[in-house]
Design a protein around this ligand. Sequence first.
Ligand code: KPL
Length: 316
Amino acid sequence: MNSTFIKPTWYILGAGALGCLWASYWRQAGFPVVLITPRLRKHAFIELHIKREGQSQDKKTQVDIEQLTIDQLAASENLIEYLLVSTKAQHTLEAIAAIKQTISKHATLLILQNGMAAKQLPALLPTQNLITGITTDGAYRTEQNVVVHAGHGVTHFGCNKILLQYLPTQYLTIEACHDIEIRQWQKFAVNCAINGLTAIYQCRNGELLNNPEARQRLTTICDEIFSVAKALGISEHLTQITTQVEDTLRATAENYSSMYQDISHSRSTEIDFINGCLCEIAEKYSISCEENQRVIQEIKNLEAKQLEKSGTMISE
Ligand code: KPL
């Protein structure tokens, strides 16, 4: 990095565990960061504590991060030049539409999320530089402002290496790549296989490996994904899908999947954008995806049960 490099402000849309993890690593790397929040919070700054899994409680790193609501953002005349979108797939379009006026025409957006919602973004933001990312980093919150970095993974972005100087590469393993669509499919397959089952069996990722019933279902899900990939002509990139899923389970063994976290906090899940999206594609090719359908149904039942219990489904 040259000495005249001015670190730009990164705005973050989607202040979930992953968004907060990136926010705090950017801060630690010396970048100004603003978390965009839907509601007014008590304090203008959130004090985030980042803990790496396995570290003792007192080894938490603390950073202060500025927060702005959508209205405050609109009122400040600043235009967003750099934006990380880490919303849940089901909220992406609505969340971006709400801040669209504040995004510069030439802004760079990193879209880091599960599922395939990003496919609809170019129509909404035709002039901006939209960069798709996928990650195998695991993160979860233990309290509103405590984020645990569980399982150090790799984040890939479909861009060239120049962007890396704008990213917190000291803290996260980040790579630029030219085959992001294939990697996105591989991650999509991993999410189809892991997220629903961990929410159904209420376990950490690694625990699926020791559950024979879950493992059998996981294999069937992978077979169904492979059939769909074959119909799409991309199966050569998914021949190792079951092994990749098992590797991810080992690498993020201590993590609670995002869907597990959503169900336990009575939030709506990304199921329609993960297994739901797979089944939609399968239907077009008349491919049967019974196990994926079963997972969808079970997750919908869990969502309904949570809704009944808490009276409301939080859409954060
Ligand atoms: O992407 C994930 C998620 O939880 O959404 C994995 C890789 C499964 C890590 O938990």
